[in-house]
Design a protein around this ligand. Structure first.
Ligand SMILES: Nc1ncnc2c1ncn2[C@@H]1O[C@H](COP(=O)(O)OP(=O)(O)OP(=O)(O)O)[C@@H](O)[C@H]1O
Length: 369
């Protein structure tokens, strides 16, 4: 939404890219001592920050970008990635969350627009009009307009916003798969348009997160984030790393690890389930015996009364497995206890949390989402 104009054009010099500052992906908690990790979700890396453009072409990126996206990039005059783009695009396309130290001018807009467009293109079946799959939140209307103009290179059907009444009317009539705007406008729209469906949201982008907070949008951001599914990708871009940004990162990004002493794992798991009774959770265990054990123990806990618990593992008969999976899929909240079925890659709609109670038995069984 928005209606500013800032044509996208190729960079002229290194200064144009970094605006005199270095920027890159912020390191996460990777140096923290890990005790007994329950979750494994976010990846952070540091790109090479020395040059304006890397020698990585958009067509070299892995996972590969689709031809229409590459064509649009070429048409816009974009061949080589900036460091931020080279580091961020593969991560977001590969189902990872990112937190990016991003000063003005390093090409962050394409760094999140390209993966967002890629991800939206892959959604199958095609989304219904009211299904919102992507949200980009930026601090000002002007910035939202700039992002709109970049995104327009890739999405011909993207339409501009106007005043809030007109936006609401248009969204009610036509729907919206991607929303770009300020926190206030987005929050307003979420409140006013009842039909919008955020359950399948794939990507949330928080652009200029430090400014979002400086400008006092914390409350609206929290309200927006609380309505979005947990199982999504989040990109958080910020020029400075304040404590408030770290807090937002904690709330907005999926925690890579939850640490606890090994002997506290069972009680922490129960605690997590108690706190998230209304959510849909998959918990992966190492062995069928573990699944059976927890499948007997959890239903006996009065604090979990009413929670639907479903077990699924390789020693169950095929028919029983299919029934278990179908039942969990149909639930709006509940817990699936399972082993490495489908290489921990079960793709079930509406899942809020994936808990890796035990680590996967091989690296290839580490789920991408
Ligand atoms: N890979 C690239 N190759 C050539 N030019 C690029 C590339 N990526 C971005 N640019 C250009 O660099 C300029 C800055 O990019 P962009 O606006 O994405 O940066 P930004 O970090 O979002 O800046 P701002 O915070 O001001 O919006 C734009 O003119 C854009 O067209």
């Amino acid at each position: 939404m928005g209606c500013g104009t800032r044509p996208i054009c190729p960079l002229q010099s290194p200064q144009d890219v970094n605006g005199g500052r270095q920027r890159g992906l912020r390191k996460g908690k990777s140096n923290r001592r890990r005790k007994a990790p329950l979750f494994c979700r976010r990846t952070m890396v540091s790109p090479n920050l020395n040059r304006a453009l890397t020698n990585t072409r958009f067509s070299d990126l892995n996972p590969a970008l689709s031809d229409p996206v590459l064509d649009a990039l070429k048409e816009g005059g974009f061949d080589y990635c900036t460091p931020v783009q080279a580091a961020t695009i593969p991560l977001l396309c590969g189902y990872k969350d990112v937190a990016v130290d991003a000063a003005t001018g390093s090409g962050e807009t394409l760094a999140f627009v390209v993966p967002l467009v890629e991800i939206l293109r892959r959604v199958s079946p095609a989304p219904k009009p009211q299904q919102v799959l992507g949200i980009i939140i930026s601090p000002t209307r002007e910035l939202s307009s700039q992002i709109y103009h970049v995104a327009k290179l890739f999405i011909a059907t993207l339409s501009k916003g106007g005043d809030v009444k007109a936006d609401v009317k248009k969204i009610e009539e036509d729907g919206a798969n991607l929303l770009i705007g300020t926190p206030s406008r987005l929050h307003d729209i979420m409140e006013r348009v009842d039909d919008l469906d955020f359950r399948n949201l794939e990507v949330l982008i928080l652009d200029e997160a430090d400014r979002l907070l400086d400008m006092g949008f914390q409350k609206q951001l929290n309200a927006i984030i609380s309505r979005l599914p947990k199982l999504r990708r989040t990109g958080l871009f910020s020029a400075t790393q304040t404590e408030a940004v770290q807090e937002l990162a904690k709330a907005g990004l999926r925690n890579p690890y939850f640490e606890c002493e090994a002997d506290k794992k069972p009680s922490e798991l129960v605690d997590l389930l108690v706190k998230n009774k209304s959510r849909k959770t998959i918990i992966y265990f190492m062995t069928c015996a573990c699944v059976d054990y927890w499948g007997v123990v959890l239903p006996q806990l009065s604090v979990l009364k009413g929670l639907s618990l479903i077990s699924l593992h390789g020693k169950m008969k095929q028919n029983a497995r299919e029934k278990a999976l179908a039942k969990f899929t149909s639930l709006t909240s509940g817990v699936l206890l399972c082993t490495d079925v489908d290489a921990r890659g079960l793709d079930i709609l509406g899942v809020d949390y994936i808990v890796q109670y035990d680590p996967p038995q091989s690296w290839s069984n580490c789920p991408s989402r």
